[in-house]
Ligand binder design. Sequence first.
Ligand SMILES: [Zn+2]
Length: 194
Amino acid sequence: MKRLAVCVALTVSAAALAAGPAATAEPSPGKRGTPARHHAPAKAANESARLARSILNTKGITYATAHVGGTDKASLPKQNLVDVSNGRLARTSPWGHKKGARVALDTKMLNGALKLGTQYRYKFQISELVGGEHSRTSKHYAGRAIDVTWINGRHVGKKADHKGFMKACRKLGASLVLGPGDDKNHKTHVHCQW
Ligand SMILES: [Zn+2]
């Protein structure tokens, strides 16, 4: 993950931030019926809110209630989803490489996480979305990655079916998937990013 992260993430994140939930421009009178370009960001925010709500309503998807590196409730994964479902941005933790920032959650990531539950029927626990500490250019800080520690009642690295889960992430369009066997940083969790 460290080596492959690129600065494109920052651009995407910045654009999403700028779009924000407050982008609610009305179409100009002369252009009714035609899709106005400035509507796209607001639409993306609405879609993120809808997907975040769907994830929260999916039985079988659970959330870590603590970070590995510190205590901060505002950046826990469930709170990230609650914030976005309410039209707000997700908060990063007050430590790590992107302290106390607010970022959008990517719709592709949200869609992937949702389908892991609803389509692939996995019961899994999300340990981090944008919170926690990751490598400097990590896609977590761009709202594009998910960490999973429990799969179908078993901890990753302790007989969980991480291979099946990782395959499902790839089928759902994830561009980078890491887990046990890949490197020392992923012995006990799966990382899927879009
Ligand atoms: Zn990760």
